[in-house]
Each structure stands twice: as structure tokens, then as C-alpha cells.
Design a protein around this ligand. Structure first.
Ligand code: SAM
Length: 253
């Protein structure tokens, strides 16, 4: 997978060289390049923003500079400054007023071969930028990572990037690690709670069933806990479950 990120602070993405994501790049599973949007400006101040049309506080990111950059990266008549032209780039803009980014979105996007992220700043980017690329047939997505406002898109892109790339085949040492997780699979529940050794620590003991060696009982316990926690903490997720998939014991939970 090839990932290009455009930001006025490309240094934010130095962290992508760390940990599992760094290893995934060494293994050749993913290539990540961060570009400075100001490299596509032509004025002495390298300005990327202007005042809002219609008035109001703050500044808005200009469409011209984004378009020069994205034309280059997407290969839409640009100079090819960024190199490699993939066939299915998905263009993603983080935006607090967009639909929430979910595990299902991460799963879908992990199947793309090329992602291009554009990080907003200030009051955001001119609304015509995503509209223009959509009108040109590009798969454009806008996502919020939560109901709060950040200073810029860099942290939001880091979140999405990590959620997507950890699903790439070969990313995890143990592929089972990503199968049974919160929000994952056909029944997106919160996961049961986790424990490790020692089984008694500071007078606190792990649930007895987990050391019984009875795998059926362990599975039942974990599923009940997942259902109970989901209905208490995230009733919205329980509401979306397919009742036909619940067995009789689930229905009593
Ligand atoms: N004026 C915008 C609003 O009220 O919706 C907020 C703009 S925010 C200060 C600047 C940029 O940060 C946004 O364009 C977006 O790229 C990013 N951003 C901020 N909060 C975000 C969130 N919750 N999810 C995704 N991106 C976010």
C-alpha cells in the first residue's frame, strides 16, 4: 500500500517510522510519504490560506494550492513531481463535521492500494476541494475521528493511518490479534476484559472461569462479558446487532 500525506507540518509524520508501522515499512508492506503543502505555493510567503468568504473568524485553506498539489499526487494533469501513479487512489480529508470514522471504514480502506490524505488547518479547507475531485471520479472520503475539534488534521490522519495499516496482511506478528477485537467482525461488540499472570495480584484474583481450563465456559464467559459491557457502555452498538445471530443464552444477557 502506498500512502501520501499532505500537510503544512509534514514533520508530524516522522512518528510513522516507529514501532510496528516502522517495521511494516521496512518489510515493504506500506510506503508512507509526507509532503509539505507549501511546496506547491508560488508567493514569497508560501501562503495556503485566505479569509472566509461571507465573513467570520479565522482563515480557510485555499483551493488553488491544494489543487496543484493533488493534481500532482493523483496524476490529474500535473507534473508527476511525486512519482508513482496508482490506479485507485482514495483521497481522504479529516473533518470534524463529517461522518465518524469506524473500524468498518478502516477495514474497507485497508484493501485499497493507494491512499492520499489531506490535512486541514485553520477553519478548515475550501469545501470545493473535495467536491471538485469527487466530480472528477476520484473516491473522496471525509471523516471525523470524534466529536471534538483538533487544531489540525495531522493527529486525525495518524489515527486513521494506524487503524488502517494494522489490518494489512503481514502487519501483525500474530494475525489472530486483529480477528477478535472490539468493533470487529460481523458482530461489532466491545471486547471482554483482559487479564494476564499472576492470577492473584495485590489481593485481586482473575475470574475463576479463566483458569478452569474449560474452553467452552471461557468462551461463554467472555461473550457474556462482551455483551454486558457493550449494552452498558455502547448501547448504540447493541441496537445494531442482528437478533437472529444471538443464541438463547445471549438473549438472557
Ligand atoms: N472550523 C471547523 C469546524 O468547526 O468544524 C474546525 C476546523 S479544525 C480547527 C482544522 C482541521 O483540523 C480540520 O479541517 C480537520 O482537518 C482537522 N480536524 C479537527 N478536528 C477533527 C476531528 N474531530 N476529526 C477529523 N479532523 C479534525
Amino acid at each position: 500500500m502506498q500512502i501520501d500525506i499532505v500537510s503544512v507540518f509534514p514533520e508530524y509524520f516522522d512518528i510513522t517510522g516507529l514501532s510496528l508501522l516502522g517495521k511494516a515499512q521496512e518489510k515493504g508492506l506500506v510506503t508512507i510519504k509526507a509532503y509539505n503543502l507549501r511546496d506547491w505555493t508560488h508567493d514569497v510567503h508560501h501562503s495556503v490560506d485566505d479569509t472566509p468568504v461571507g465573513g467570520g473568524a479565522g482563515m480557510v485553506m485555499k483551493p488553488e494550492v491544494w489543487a496543484e498539489c493533488l493534481d500532482d499526487l493523483l496524476g490529474a494533469g500535473g507534473t508527476g513531481r511525486a512519482g508513482g501513479q496508482a490506479t485507485d487512489p482514495v483521497l481522504i480529508f479529516p473533518n470534524p463535521s463529517a461522518p465518524l470514522f469506524t473500524q468498518a471504514d478502516a477495514t474497507g480502506l485497508s484493501q485499497a492500494s493507494r491512499l492520499v490524505f489531506g490535512c486541514g488547518r485553520y477553519e478548515g479547507y475550501d469545501a470545493r476541494i473535495p467536491d471538485y475531485y469527487r466530480s472528477r471520479g476520484v473516491d473522496v472520503r471525509e471523516y471525523s475521528i470524534g466529536d471534538y475539534v483538533l487544531n489540525g488534521g495531522e493527529v486525525a490522519v495518524s489515527v486513521m493511518l494506524e487503524a488502517i495499516t494494522r489490518l494489512l496482511p503481514g502487519f501483525m506478528g500474530n494475525p489472530d490479534s486483529i480477528v477478535e477485537e472490539s468493533y470487529t467482525g460481523e458482530e461489532p461488540l466491545l471486547e471482554h476484559r483482559q487479564y494476564t499472570r499472576p492470577t492473584t495480584w495485590r489481593g485481586m484474583t482473575v475470574p475463576e472461569v479463566l483458569i478452569s481450563g474449560d474452553h467452552q465456559r471461557v468462551d461463554r464467559f467472555r461473550r457474556d462479558e462482551a455483551l454486558e459491557r457493550t449494552s452498558r457502555i455502547r448501547p448504540d452498538l447493541i441496537g445494531r446487532l442482528d437478533c437472529d445471530r444471538l443464541d438463547k443464552k445471549d438473549r438472557k444477557t
